[in-house]
Ligand binder design. Sequence first.
Ligand code: M6R
Length: 615
Amino acid sequence: MCGIVGYIGYRNVTDVIFKGLTNLEYRGYDSAGLALRDENEIKIYKSLGKLVNLKNELEKRKSELKNPVSGIGHIRWATHGSASLVNAHPHTCNCGKLAVVHNGIIENYKELREELIKKGCIFKSQTDTETIAHLIAHEYANTKNLENAVRNSVKKLQGAYAICVMHKDSPDEIIGARKHAPMLIGIGENENFIASDTPAIIEYTKKTIYLDDNEIAIVTKNRVKITDINGNIIEKRIEILPWEPVSLSKLGYKHFMLKEIHEQPDVIRNELSGKLYDIDANVILNEVKLNAETLKNLNKIEIIACGTSLHAALVGKYIIEDLAGISVEVEASSEYIYRKTTTNASTLVIGVSQSGETADTITAIKQAKEKGAHILIITNRPDSNMARLADSLIPVNAGIEVSVAATKSYTAQLISFYLLAIYLAEIKTHTNKEYIKNLKHELIQVPAKIEEILSDTTQIQACAKQFSSYKNFIYIARGVNLATALEGALKLKEISYINATGYAAGELKHGPIAMLDETMPVLSILIPGGITYEKILSNSEEAKARNAKLIALTSSDDGNIANLFDAVIKIPKISEILSPAVACVPLQLLAYYIAEFLGKDVDQPRNLAKSVTVE
Ligand code: M6R
């Protein structure tokens, strides 16, 4: 969470940092701030809320700025201390000569703060970050060397940090340092950048160096020096970013979320190409680095993830067990890390994450790695910290996803699971070949089926309008689509703030049915031909009998559906096992249009962030 940008070079510093922060706004947006080195001074600008307020603040005070030569900026997602101006970054020391921005959580900040107060430091905020500012300023007073001051200070920090530091008396450099929080350097000609994520710099350079834990970057206009925590120089590889700046544009759509929903057919085609090109040939998944013999004998998989990625994992479990007959456990990363697990060297552990930076999942993966498990990561960010932990890496290649609500990265994760399940089934060889062949045939049709949904969204918009005033929803499904119900409900919750709950339809009568009345719509996912179709229909009848308004998401042509349900969202015909990859799309759209009708901030819902880099 939080976004950091640092710049030193010949361009308009304020513009570069502001633009960088704009491209990182999906990471957090409680408050924002900049520190600019201008006329031998460090000038600080802060604002509460969205970046537009910072823009107004800069505009208001523009006569103060002459010719800034470097700067650091930050957008905040509050952890320690409320979202307020005083808690906004950058933070400074007593004399105001030093400025620091920080992403992460300093666990021992209280002890450090008490020590620093005894030494005369005056704290203005409730943040852990201000401790870092005073600490470095103190070290600087002794060493008169910013690089060493940062190095000595970070040795005292416990927890997670990515920091960017500048000092009035050290005019030609910005220092970056990281531990358990992402940070990278962008390399330019006569200019260099520091950022917490690539979108901040992609407009200016594709050349990047990723800092690893306990590394420090000394960045000047013409040079980037990386050292370890003891000051030893480290030679780092320059990597070339795979993204194009155009992917950060809405391309005429009102919101990134809508654009990203519409990108799904292409994302899936892209993902299938080279892996599934002929239904008579086996799926190719060279990314899996375990040999066929090991995979043949594999009998336990654990999948760890959070949020939407956890829902993709639930689909993964269902289809791997169905197709490959391997037992799969799925667990939220935040639960996995605080219990004794049975993970061992013969377990395949799959980490799923769109961002590749989710702190809980990274910790869980590290724990599994320590136990000797083979780690397979499914992520949209092959350049992420999680990807670096992988023994096998499946990049889902969905392209950068800007909207906080995950959409195309979810379908891309699902497709990875279908490919993986078929791949494992083909190695295990006991699954009916005809069944697999039909499935592959249908998988290739998925993009076209999604296109059919996207080509006419009037029924979804009408449904959204009809139901946008309700305050509570229940989504029900069974089997492989239980995950679809959970994901559909999560989408609605996160962008419209409506209380929506996903339930296994059979569980309805074991408690939740008590809540049903005319104020609680029930959305049922009904895939004819599936083993649970009739059962969900009965569960819907039970809801109707309690006066609940009913919405059907179905591919059924059964005329009775229209009589039973108050609204019907039709999807193209598809087998039940593959239906999650298609059925999730109208639910994304339903959530989108409801949020739109309610005038919510679709791309940046309150309290959320795109990368959850704190546990
Ligand atoms: O980056 P990750 O997939 O690891 O993130 C996990 C969740 O924070 C994320 O999926 C979240 O639930 C999304 N905002 C949902 O749209």
